[in-house]
Design a protein around this ligand. Sequence first.
Ligand code: FAD
Length: 592
Amino acid sequence: MMNKLLSLLLVLALGLTMVACNAAPSSNQSAASAATTGKYTPGAYEGTAKGYGGDLKVTVTLGDNQIEKIEVAENKETAGVGSVAIEKLPTAIIANQSLAVDAVAGATVTSKGLLEAVTAALVSAGVDINTLQAPVEKSAVEKRAETVEADVVVIGAGGAGMVAALEAKAAGKNVVIIEKMAMAGGNTVKATGGMNAAATSVQKELKVEDSVKTFIDDTMEGGHNINNLELVTALAERSAGAIDWLASIGAPLPELTISGGATNKRTHRPEGGSAVGSYLVEKFVQNIEKNEIPVYYNTKATELVLSDGAVTGVKAEGEEADYLFTGKAIIMATGGFGANEEMYTKYKPELKGFVTTNAPGATGDGIIMAEAVGAQLVDIDQIQIHPTVHQATSIMLTEGLRGDGAILVNQSGERFINELKTRDVVSAAEIAQEGGYAYVIFDQGLCDRVKAAAGYVEKGLAVQGDTVEALAEQMKVPSETLSATLKSWNKAVADKKDEAFGRDTGMEYDLSKGPFYAVQIAPGVHHTMGGLKIDVDTHVIGASGEPIPGLFAAGEVTGGIHGGNRLGGNAVADIVIFGRQAGQSAAAYCDK
Ligand code: FAD
């Protein structure tokens, strides 16, 4: 499907490239083109197209008869996602001398941009790209069968899986990770806002008062009190230690912001307000490599293996082998099912047609595999929609943006809600507005403080104006109303009192420094709160109410922590805290 899409795009690109993709021959072309004897005019050619993080610029070097080199200029693609496409696709194009190469799963926007940029460069070189559409031969070699033995087998190289693997390894166990995508990261790499934790060394340093009790109360209230209190208590009590542990592995989160539903500033994030997910995934991968933990990429776990009632292995399909991974303990860390429309509409039919913010690997495989060996599910129909999703790209604007001072307005240019209410409440208010959408409004001051905000502008998601009136014109909202809304919001910030909607957090900075920005957003499927039932030690609980021997789980694959609505920042807390616990519990189980 993706191949067909890319082929279609490339054919379209043939017609449009010179106009749309800004292709240009580079300076050394004319010198090199003098003596053409082959099918190409040798030389270096440049092409540009839109990637995920902005423009992607490539230089393609042609010999007489072949594409010799593809260089990608400095870019803003996501580390660990787009960067994998940048590493793999040029090699594949050169090896096959074809543009009909597979997009890298999980990095399709970067893959598409890269192929368009290469196409643009080739078109500028006068190459008929129809001659470069030969299907790439897949080797017909039969897959071998392979058994891999370990103490602990972790399924899923997202945040929870990598953290669990690091802890099991630190406890002296032989660990392997299975990951179905070409890269680590899952939904974790997409996390932007931060990680919640209370009574931490960072809060003490920044003189923010908070307590484990308030963290528990906020989480229970946000989750409509259907959360498992024991799990929530463990989350809150272990959170400060998790922040220190992250610092100890080279991943400090020294800044604070606030997320919806939180009483205090407890959302910890990297320096400069960078996105938390790509930062953590990069650090986790570095630690996984440093600790020589093997990761089997492009390897999909399909079935858990039981012996005498205990889980002792997992079957998996790799590109070149069918595997049986055996272990004394298996950790399920496959994430949620927010990218599996069939599965989430089974539990919540009204979500049909919603966009999703999730990574493509979030298809609920772990829930299905564990259910097959008797695991209990909890809160499986509790699925969160996030209120600020840019619909055309499915990019979610972090709640931290509102925590740092952004507001929401409707098509009349008016605020309509306390923007830092919980996600379910804000989403419902948005759906009730004309057209079912709204705008996130922020200013240059916020862009200067928060890298993620500047990133949305760079990605081309925002319309902008040097003045509020100019912004209103771009948004096609009544200028007088928008100006009045901003004026009264700025007064509320100055007075520390929001008469209109009672907002009392995220009010440290007003919106007064132009240019001003607006991103049109609406809700999208975001988090699957339900999943495998676990206890505080991450044992997966079976139908009898007892742990299933040998099976542990952590992260979005589990249920009970977030109840009926997850608070922003609590999922990263979940994966670090319960990921650590799963690694430690699995290691201890191996010693029994
Ligand atoms: P994932 O990170 O999704 O990892 C699961 C891994 O398992 C994936 O790599 C997947 O490919 C792999 N896998 C799945 N099935 C198989 C299989 N059969 N075989 C092998 N591998 C498999 N939370 C916060 O607290 N703060 C935030 O700021 C925040 N921002 C977010 C922004 C976005 C856009 C999204 C989508 C989520 C955000 N979240 C945030 C939620 C949070 O990121 C996730 O809930 C959390 O990272 C999930 O981590 P995980 O390790 O459980 O799963």
